[in-house]
Design a protein around this ligand. Structure first.
Ligand SMILES: N[C@@H](CCC(=O)N[C@@H](CS)C(=O)NCC(=O)O)C(=O)O
Length: 223
């Protein structure tokens, strides 16, 4: 099994799951700055020219949530509740809420502070974020209220929905996201950081250098 990745939030969801479940996958880092996502060879796998992409025999899959569901089914993990339709509906609700609302609200903050630094796009421009504050606060209130008395967003346990929703929000302190008034969101995000595979999902090559193409080490989870 091969997983193509770059150091960014969507691949992070998949790499964290790979590490958490101890999946034996070849994780291949693409050099996005050198145009590696836009080559004909890569776009034959993922016509969007984005990461992550999974190749498992004849299966070629893109979209992190679909890849994560696939990996859970293959590994027999209930982080995607393959055998429980009611729980599937619950997880899909949060995946959908993330992709349609939450990710769009946290995205501008993540872009200004994390993406710009990663890709050398210049310093963050806080003026770009002023208009984004009300929507983020409105959605954070929804999530905060849902997380009252809960440690995870769905099914009373860690699921792929947590990795989906936390992928950008985990950088909230670094990104100036106005989440201070949402203690349940902060508690949930801090709780995820105590999962080793989530806190550091990035593959390491045999020489110990981060980011090189590598056979992923099997790692135990702490949750
Ligand atoms: N919805 C997709 C998002 C894929 C995506 O946008 N990946 C970004 C990194 S987070 C990417 O490859 N960006 C590089 C580019 O667009 O050139 C998923 O969940 O997999």
């Amino acid at each position: 099994m091969k997983i193509y990745w770059i150091k960014a939030q969507a691949p992070r969801r998949v790499l964290a799951l790979v590490k958490y479940l101890g999946i034996d996958a070849e994780c291949i880092q693409i050099d996005a700055k050198a145009g590696g996502l836009k080559t004909a060879e890569y776009k034959a796998l993922n016509p969007n020219g984005k990461a992550p992409t999974l190749v498992d025999g004849d299966v070629v899959l893109w979209e992190s949530s679909a890849i994560n569901a696939y990996l859970c089914i293959k590994e027999g993990s209930d982080m995607w509740p393959a055998h429980n339709p009611a729980e599937q509906v619950e997880v899909i609700r949060w995946l959908s809420w993330n992709d349609n609302h939450w990710a769009r609200a946290v995205g501008p903050f993540y872009f200004e502070f994390v993406v710009k630094e990663t890709f050398n796009l210049g310093p963050p421009d806080r003026s770009e974020l002023v208009a984004a504050v009300p929507e983020l606060k409105q959605l954070a209130a929804v999530l905060d209220s849902h997380l009252e008395g809960r440690d995870f967003v769905a099914c009373g346990r860690l699921t792929i929905a947590d990795f989906q929703l936390a992928a950008m929000a985990c950088d909230w302190r670094r990104s100036d996201m106005p989440l201070d008034d949402f203690p349940n969101v902060i508690r949930w995000l801090d709780g995820l950081e105590r999962i080793a595979a989530w806190a550091d999902p990035w593959p390491v090559d045999k020489a110990g250098a981060p980011g090189a193409s590598s056979k992923h080490d099997k790692l135990s989870s702490v949750a």
